[in-house]
Design a protein around this ligand. Structure first.
Ligand code: 5AD
Ligand code: SF4
Length: 478
């Protein structure tokens, strides 16, 4: 049993990142361990978790498990969890509680959790004490070892807990089963060294480790051959790419090299304003296949709160960066993340956040009430704001955000925009849904033969969170 350790997770040492290309393996005797059985993975949280789930599914299928249609009928259920806020955390514990009945009905069912909550010391301690029906807990750094963990759970009937806290490796050969045939996530780096004072991610995902550029480019060239239209370069803080590997080869260099590879659409998430260089802006502006869409988390508009958050930029520096991006890439859509009710946030601080929203008029924003995460510095800061006040601030902020979102969308009315059609629309089965280059969700009346193609769409109706459009004659790209 290897338990997570909060103290170890905080440590950053100078040990060189190891690139391990043969750590993952499935020995012959394990390749049929799931034969005749099914799996279900439920994913919570961010794109990083979504992509980890794609790895986990591929591993399970290499062990001969087949996907189950629903959780109730699966022989193996894994919850890939998120630790970023308390509500994600509570949802998972609610689900673990419900799974107890399934286990009582079917004692051979295997239940496991993985992801960021599995990296939390207090969570695993609670699981050990109270949730004896869980068979398997593994951390974000232990995915590669799933075949051997399952061997012990399935064949030896031993409960397995394996969570490493100190992590310095990049593991290259884990298989992937992508959810989409047209859009793909590509990790360019793992972990985060920023330690914003509210954030649990540097503890759950470990130190920043960039992948080698040749491994990234190789993965992309395979995707191009397979006909993928869009790739998203993924990391907690992609702009810092390379700093831990080769400081002379930056995110701007990587973006440029990827842009020259003739993939139709390139995106990247998430950007920290601190590492957003002029070179990056110039590269995004230069290449039409780098999408004019940037997610630029603000978190707060008050310098005092930004300092307490450990964000390392001021309101003015943020606005200057925003204006530089808009000047260089005029049609660029910009979205953000904002936290309200951070410990010590006064009405005056909050108004400064609203002021920045008035300047930046975001295309959209993810807004949150501060959620204390055990072990982070902000969790022990004195917090004198009532929940009622925090809710009101969130409401006031969302009203403003929605107004600007709607305004930004109105500019699209009667315009023709390129849309990558991905699937049948969730709101209307006669429509297809997809995203513009600027990441606006569009519903279009179109034949299913257009799924997986980039088409020109004329926008006919504007809503706060989506657009409705009609197919134009010309198909840009099939
Ligand atoms: N409380 C509230 N929001 C948080 N985020 C991260 N940590 C917390 C927290 N403790 C938000 C930030 C981040 C987004 C992914 O989640 O806005 O950008
Ligand atoms: Fe968390 Fe800050 Fe790192 Fe983003 S940059 S993952 S908010 S510590």
């Amino acid at each position: 049993m290897q338990l997570p350790n909060l103290k170890e997770a905080k440590i950053r040492n100078k040990t060189k990142v190891r690139i391990l290309t043969d750590l993952y393996r499935v020995p012959e005797e394990l390749s049929k361990i799931g034969f005749g059985k099914t799996y279900f993975v439920k994913t919570y949280g961010c794109q990083m978790n979504e992509h980890d789930t794609e790895n986990i599914k591929a591993i399970l299928e290499e062990l001969s498990y087949l996907p189950a249609n629903d959780m109730e009928n699966a022989d193996l259920i894994l919850l890939n969890t998120c630790a970023i806020r308390e509500n994600a955390h509570n949802k998972v514990f609610g689900m673990i509680g419900r799974m107890k009945h399934l286990k009582e009905q079917r004692p051979n069912l295997i239940l496991g959790i993985c992801g960021c909550m599995a990296q939390e010391q207090s969570v695993v301690e609670e699981i050990l004490q109270k949730y004896k029906h869980l068979d398997l807990v593994f951390g974000t750094h232990n995915i590669y070892n799933l075949p051997f963990l399952l061997e012990k759970v399935v064949q030896k009937k031993e409960r397995q807990i394996e969570v490493e806290s100190k992590e310095g490796d990049v593991i290259e050969n884990i298989p992937v089963k992508r959810d989409s045939k047209y859009k793909a996530w590509i990790n360019i780096m793992y972990g985060c060294d920023k330690f914003c004072t509210y954030c649990i991610v540097p503890y759950t995902r470990g130190k920043q480790r960039s992948r080698r550029k040749e491994d990234i480019l190789k993965e992309i060239s395979v995707l191009i051959k397979e006909g993928y239209k869009e790739i998203t370069l993924l990391g907690q803080n992609v702009n810092a790419y390379g700093k831990d590997l080769d400081p002379d080869y930056t995110m701007a260099d990587l973006l440029e090299e990827v842009a020259q590879m003739k993939i139709e659409r390139i995106r990247f998430v998430t950007s920290h304003p601190w590492d957003f260089t002029d070179e990056m802006i110039a590269v995004i502006a230069k290449y039409p296949n780098i999408m004019p869409y940037i997610h630029l988390p603000l978190q707060s508009g008050s310098d005092r709160i930004l300092k307490r958050m450990g964000r390392r930029y001021t309101k003015e520096e943020y606005i200057t960066l925003y204006q530089k991006i808009k000047a260089a890439i005029p049609n660029c859509a910009i979205t953000t993340d904002i936290i309200v009710g951070f410990p010590g946030e006064t009405e005056e601080d909050f108004r400064e956040t609203l002021d920045v929203v008035d300047v930046c008029k975001y295309d959209g924003a993810y807004t949150f009430i501060f959620s204390p995460r055990e072990g982070t510095p902000a969790a022990s800061m004195e917090d004198f704001i009532s929940m009622d006040e925090k809710n009101q601030r969130l409401y006031r902020l969302n009203e403003k955000i929605n107004t600007y979102s709607h305004e930004a969308n109105e500019k699209y009315l009667d315009q023709v925009v390129p849309v990558l059609l991905e699937q049948i629309s969730e709101k209307d089965e006669n429509m297809l849904a997809g995203y513009t280059d600027t990441m606006k969700l569009v519903n279009v009346k179109a034949d299913t033969k257009y799924i997986g193609t980039i088409v020109n769409v004329r926008i006919k109706k504007v809503k706060t969170w989506s657009l409705d459009g009609e197919l134009e004659e010309v198909v840009v790209n099939c």
